[in-house]
Ligand binder design. Structure first.
Ligand code: SAH
Length: 215
């Protein structure tokens, strides 16, 4: 049984209005987020807060990103139907579900085994087709490259070189770049085999992108 009541749907509609007020304009992104039941990606004890515009703890000391941040990153990616996208940092699986709802072909990697397992389970239960992997995002997923879009949902000290090389020409990579608790939302567009164009899009706060796997 999928527990998505009228109450949850009503709260979601309010959240979408709030995202619109905060400047999210892409109607396809807003529509996708109005469909994904965020409360089912969270710990039961936080369910009553699921539609506040805030990040929340999931397990393994990680967080589900704030809805505004999810909307902002997704908007910046300019997702088109059938875009092949690689997400680094599956976490709860919520962002992957939003991407799948937009019609993207989603590959998502998570370094923490516990999160990989629970996100994969949640996505499957809600019938979102996203290919989940327990692997280190710094390596990307060369076997499935090139990707039209790449999204990093953890703060990286710099744009990982391997990921840039797995981006299709004409593709877009969105990542929060910076150390400690503050990152600059960075967009990298691949212009040609060797040329990349980078632009900055404001400050955000993410958990860090770390090396290696956690069992
Ligand atoms: N996109 C998630 C939020 C992610 S929080 C959601 O929608 O819920 C960031 C996640 O990135 C955490 O789960 C963290 O474990 C993961 N992470 C950090 N470094 C990583 C790496 N090198 N490879 C893969 N995942 C990583």
């Amino acid at each position: 049984m999928i527990d998505d009541s009228l109450i949850q749907k009503g709260l979601r509609t309010k959240l979408i209005e709030r995202l619109r007020e905060r400047g999210i304009k892409n109607e396809k992104v807003l529509e996708a987020m109005s469909k994904v039941p965020r409360h089912l990606f969270m710990d039961k004890s936080f369910i009553s807060h699921a539609y506040e515009d805030k990040p929340f703890s999931i397990s393994a000391g990680q967080t589900i990103s704030q809805p505004y941040t999810v909307a902002f990153q997704t908007e910046l990616l300019q997702i088109e139907r059938f875009d092949k996208i690689l997400e680094i940092g599956t976490g709860s699986g919520y962002q992957a579900a939003v991407l799948a709802e937009l019609g993207a072909i989603v590959y998502t990697v998570e370094r923490q085994r516990e999160l990989f397992i629970s996100a994969q389970r949640t996505l499957k239960r809600l019938s979102y087709s996203a290919k989940c992997f327990w692997s280190d995002g710094y390596e990307g997923k060369d076997a499935f490259a090139p990707f039209k879009k790449i999204l990093i949902t953890a703060g990286a000290p710099e744009v990982p070189e391997k990921l840039k090389l797995q981006l299709a020409i004409g593709g877009r990579l969105v990542a929060p770049i910076g150390k400690d608790n503050q990152q600059t939302m960075t967009l990298v567009c691949r212009i040609s085999e060797t040329e990349f164009e980078t632009s900055a899009h404001g400050n955000f706060m993410f958990v860090p992108m770390l090396n290696g796997l956690v069992t």
